[in-house]
Design a protein around this ligand. Sequence first.
Ligand code: THU
Length: 128
Amino acid sequence: MPNELLAAALAARNHAHAPFSKFRVGAALEDSSGRIYSGCNIENATFGLTLCAERVAVFKAVSEGARDFRRIAVAADTDTLTPPCGACRQILWEFCGDIEVLLTNPRGKSESLRLKDLFPRAFDASFL
Ligand code: THU
């Protein structure tokens, strides 16, 4: 397991702005040069404007010029490890393709998945 990436996701979780759900999530996305972009969930009083940790990490990375990604780690305080939501799976597929998705929690449990297994038969630009 890439421990540095898991640690970065757990650390990003500390910055979560989740006053409504109290459900804090952190993410850490690694690009092909090994650089790590972190993200946390950022909620909004209108609820619908909430951004998940994964999308914040992807958009931070893309906005800084990164385009080639290796893996993402997602951290939340659940015993059944928290996977990316449907919207994040779509965004991850579009920008990262079939990357490794690592899930973790603060008690050191972790799991490695492939995005293709979480998000089969995706719609993407190849259909346009
Ligand atoms: N959330 C994430 O940030 N990532 C996930 O993978 C699941 C859900 C956030 C969105 C919202 O702020 C809170 O968790 C509860 O859904």
